[in-house]
Design a protein around this ligand. Structure first.
Ligand SMILES: [Zn+2]
Length: 60
């Protein structure tokens, strides 16, 4: 007779959204994880791309 707490099912794993910091449930159904939404994913992607562009356009 075991009485181990079933933490894997009762504790929701959450991660902070890299764009807005909102807690995001880490689940199979969370399509945009680790982002909270598609919007935040695009924001992060745009920042990354604009950094790349800046690096390329910098005059020597
Ligand atoms: Zn977010």
């Amino acid at each position: 007779m075991q009485s181990e707490p079933d933490i894997t099912r009762k504790t929701a794993v959450t991660v902070p959204c890299p764009s807005c910091g909102q807690s995001v449930k880490w689940e199979e159904t969370s399509t945009w994880r680790p982002f909270c939404s598609r919007r935040c994913q695009l924001i992060d992607l745009n920042e990354w791309l604009s950094d790349e562009e800046e690096n390329q356009q910098k005059p020597d």
